[in-house]
Design a protein. Sequence first.
Length: 105
Amino acid sequence: MLYWRTATGAEVDFVIETPGRLLPIEVKASARVTTKDASGVESFLDEYPDLADGGLLLYAGAETFPLTRRVLVAPGGRCADVSEMRAGLIRDSGSVLYLAAGAAR
């Protein structure tokens, strides 16, 4: 599992990597989401068009629905506090993918 952030501040909480494909996942604690909440996922999809067709936004609501043409919203159930998980992962401001267990370039 990876994390993604650009020098300009666009970020995605998790990126699942499979052979030849990436799935960006954003997690929100709110029960309501807007297209602004998917901006990091959209930036990721623009950056990696050959590796990712769409993304996922998990939230505290109960419905599953398309938020944008490329981002699906789904209930996340009880999600961990992402800010705590991120605290030890951000090492610089470049466009870098991070492993959940530590930085990998």
